[in-house]
Ligand binder design. Sequence first.
Ligand SMILES: [Zn+2]
Ligand SMILES: [Zn+2]
Length: 365
Amino acid sequence: MVTSTKVKGTVAIMTIPDKLTFEEFELPEVEAGGILVKVVRANVCGSDVGILNGESPFNRVLGHEMVGEVVKLGEGVSTDYAGNPVQIGDRVAATYFQICRKCRPCLDGRFHLCLNSYAHWTKEPNETPHFHGAFGTHYYIYPNQFFYKVPDNVPDSAAASANCALSQVYFGLDEAKVRYGDTVLVQGAGGLGLNAAAVAKEIGATVIVIDGVKSRLEKAKQFGADYCIDMNEYDTVEKRVQAILDLTNGNGVDVALEVTGVGPALNEGIKHLRVGGRYVSIGNNTPGKTIDFDPGLMTRKAINIISLVRYNPWYLNKALQFLSKTIDKYPFGEMLDKEFKLEELYDALDQSAQRKVTRASIVID
Ligand SMILES: [Zn+2]
Ligand SMILES: [Zn+2]
């Protein structure tokens, strides 16, 4: 049983790829501007699986999606980054990255591209303040890491993922300037795609979702999709292009959002867009996977390609407010399908890797 008075906490550490151990550390002193939280819930994301199996860059600590209760407040911290008062015991969520405000992209105000975003996350766990990843009993939030109080009506299960999927697609749809009356195509009905469907719907767009898994498309309907295109039924790009032309008076969609991680989705997305459409690339984020591409079609259609990593940190606040407003409308809590204890972390990651669970969640009491 971990309580706020405990002086030690536990961190999951990856010693070599595919091997996890746990180590105990003294709870650190908190610097001015920082806070320490007790992790209440941390979700397993695809990128954690990628780190464990060696597909993503090696990192000793894992976990970046969590909701925690404030245990220690650093000097000068009396509010979150939206000005809401914070106290010991409050539930908060933080961006999984920090912004340095000094690097080239930060100087342009493009904080999502900060060159030092993972400066804390890549630290060795035996380096203070130890708790750099969300898979542990505690998590240290640095002064350059934005954090926000979780609205009372938003359950932990929904809040824990807000800093990843929901903030990411919210930012993506805003960057593509989605407006009321637009038609938005979401390629892929995983966690990102479901969140995107809900946000696009709330903006007032008509939402079309493409996926190849029936159960995911069923979920997409619950998350606001007006039309779902099943890739088993519409089994060629040509059939899907025709289906989308039929749904858009022969024009194509205004915005397409790629959250599949599948390279050829880019080619297909450009075919689905109207002339002058906007394409948001988020899911394809592993370098080295190449495809044949038709740049002439892209130019002729004057497609604006918007590729994104991370988000401006205040989008986490928007995401939490979005959840608070729509929590009864969309089944956010149902995105998580299995809970594990911290000791069972390896199982949680392994079962996620094998797709035995869609979204695993680590619950710490
Ligand atoms: Zn994530
Ligand atoms: Zn920076």
